[in-house]
Structure formats: C-alpha cells, structure tokens
Design a protein around this ligand. Structure first.
Ligand code: 13P
Ligand code: SF4
Length: 303
C-alpha cells in the first residue's frame, strides 16, 4: 500500500495535480491526499488552488462543486458512480413547485445537491455555515433544500423567520435513533456526544455539540473531554483517532455508513492520475447559474 501511495504522490507532482479528499473517505485515501476536509473547506480549497488538475475523492456533488468554481481546471473524479442518496431526493420540478408556493422566499440549497438544483437556487450552504447563510438574508421566509434535518436545525436559530423545507434526508444520518444514542451514553457515561446536523431533531436534542465533520474534528481537538460518541458517518472515526491518539471515539451507530464514500480505491486514484480521467463536465449555461449560488456562499465570512 505504501508503494502505491508513493506512486500516487509522484504522479500528482508530475501532473501538477492536487488531491482533495472528504473526511469520510477510506483511511488510505485520506493519507495520500493533499488536503482533507468538510464540504466547505474542500470547496474553498478548490476555488483557491493554483494546481491545474483537481482530483476529487468524495461523492459526485463535491466534485461537481469543484467544477462549478474552477471552469478552467480539469476536475478528475475517479469513480463517477459515487453519488449521494440525499442529492438524489430532489428534482428541479420539486424546486419550481416550492418557488411557486412561496414566491417571495429565496432558495437556500445545501451543497449536497446536483448542479441543476444549484442552478435554480439563490445561495448554497454547507453544514458548517447554514446559520451564517440564513443570517445573511433579509427575507423572513426561506426555502431550504434538500435536507429537512439541516433545515429544522437551522430554523432553531431564527425564531423570527420561517424556513420551508423539502423533505429530503441522508439515510445514513437519519437512521440514528434516540434509543441508540441513549444506549451509547449508558455504555460510555463520561463521553461527550457530537452530532451532525443531518441527524433527526430528537437526536440533535441529545447532543453536546452539533458540528460539520471538520467542526467535530476541531471540537474533539480543543475539548477537555477524553471520550466522544460520534453521531456522523463512521469514516470520521479515522481522522478523529489519528489527530487525538490519546482520546477514545465510539460510533453512535454502526449503521451510519455511506457506501458511496467508500468506492474510490488507491488503484482507482492511480489510474485517474495516469489518464487524467474521468473528468467532471458541467454544461456551461447551468454551471454559470450554479456558480452564482456557490460564489455567494463562499463570500459569507466563516465564524
Ligand atoms: P460535511 O460538510 O459536514 O463534511 O458533511 C458532508 C456530508 O456529506 C455529510 O453527510
Ligand atoms: Fe450523501 Fe449522506 Fe453520503 Fe453525506 S453521508 S454523501 S449526505 S448519502
């Protein structure tokens, strides 16, 4: 494996490529990447990099976001079939129906969506900045999609606004139940419970911290606590333990496993670098419209 990783690093240098990997990717992919991060960090990095080629290890909407912000770079996505079950839950017709119902409400679209959906949106958000994005809008009524759980979590911070949402969800976060969290807390009474905002509201109610994946990494590093129950996709356990070898991390549920995030192998990555393919292509008219929504999000200050 080490040899393959060294070959990949040499190829990345030769092709002037940067390898970006999401925090849920398999350990060997995270270890060979130039940068790992959450959706917001990876979008920002893609927007700022001077590399000519971006090789994206994550799911399709993430690679698409890189292609939206970098039209003159080559965005290579080793396994195009790696989709996102939440992103699959909404169509442009669904968005148009919500717009017709609430004509004054701007559309806030979670980046976990495909480019066609972003193209009919006003602004994007991620799990790390949904609160700041909604705060940036003067409107009192907002359409939020496709994740109903992130919408309902964000609504908690805006008692004077009404957030209408599409009923999409992530099957690997929505699966976590109150009973499982309570059981994990009983088994680890000293542990702090961190939840991703894609979890159900009643699970969020039990959380000591609600964070994006990189937010959880920061929280665990800075916390005095020694034990953590992790309420997100199990791939995050690897960087958590790597960054905090003296702390203990327990998955809230072993069912929180996103298969699409585990598709890319080192062999796929090597082949993608050798051939600089498959490439993510986004039709230019759709890209331009989606770009407005993504760029508007990227301008929002991080807190
Ligand atoms: P983050 O942006 O928090 O990393 O989340 C991405 C994701 O797909 C969560 O399921
Ligand atoms: Fe999509 Fe859920 Fe997988 Fe994230 S964990 S990529 S939201 S299916």
């Amino acid at each position: 494996m080490r040899e393959l990783q060294q070959e990949i690093r040499a190829l990345a240098r030769e092709k002037k490529a940067i390898i970006l990997a999401h925090n849920y990717q398999p350990p060997e992919i995270q270890d060979v990447a130039d940068l790992t991060g959450d959706s917001l960090e990876l979008s920002l990095k893609a927007a700022q990099t001077e590399a000519e080629v971006i090789v994206f290890c994550g799911v399709r909407f993430m690679a698409e976001t890189a292609a939206i912000v970098c039209p003159d770079k080559l965005v290579v996505f080793p396994r195009p079939e790696a989709g996102c079950e939440m992103a699959d839950m909404i169509t442009v017709e669904d968005v148009e129906a919500l717009k017709a119902k609430y004509p004054k409400a701007p559309v806030v679209t979670y980046v976990n969506s495909y480019v066609e959906i972003k193209a009919v949106s006003d602004i994007c958000c991620t799990s790390a900045n949904s609160i700041n994005v909604v705060k940036s809008l003067a409107a009192k009524e907002i359409i939020f999609l496709p994740d109903m759980n992130l919408a309902r979590y964000t609504q908690r911070f805006f008692p004077d606004k009404k957030i209408y949402f599409h009923e999409g969800f992530c099957p690997f976060h929505d699966v976590l139940t109150v009973e499982e969290v309570k059981k994990a807390k009983e088994a680890h009474p000293q542990a702090v419970f961190m939840a991703h905002p894609e979890c159900r509201p009643e699970v969020i109610d039990l959380a000591d911290a609600v964070r994006s994946t990189s937010g959880m990494l920061r929280f665990a590093r800075e916390s005095e606590a020694r034990e953590f129950i992790v309420g997100t996709e199990v791939g995050l356990l690897y960087p958590l333990k790597k960054q905090n070898p003296d702390k203990e991390f327990y998955p809230a549920s072993e069912k929180m496993l996103c298969k699409a995030m585990k598709i890319i192998s080192l062999e796929d990555l090597k082949r993608a670098l050798e051939t600089l393919s498959p490439v993510v292509r986004v039709p230019e008219d759709i890209r331009k419209r989606a770009y407005r929504a993504v760029a508007r999000m990227l301008e929002i200050p991080r807190s």
